[in-house]
Design a protein. Structure first.
Length: 55
């Protein structure tokens, strides 16, 4: 799914999705959940990094 398609499905701009992907924008929990619903993923799958990657 393209950033544009995801943005349209959620009701935000493509630039917002791009900023979320680049960690330039901290989305609200409401936006996080909307992204998860559209992509059929859990919050953990999309927004939490593995502990080994955080170090």
């Amino acid at each position: 799914m393209s950033q544009k398609d995801l943005a349209e499905a959620i009701g935000v701009t493509r630039q917002t999705i791009n900023a979320v992907e680049k960690d330039d924008y901290n989305p609200s929990i409401k936006l996080c959940i909307a992204i998860c619903v559209v992509l059929n993923k859990s919050l953990d799958e999309l927004f939490w990094e593995e502990e080994e990657n955080v170090r």
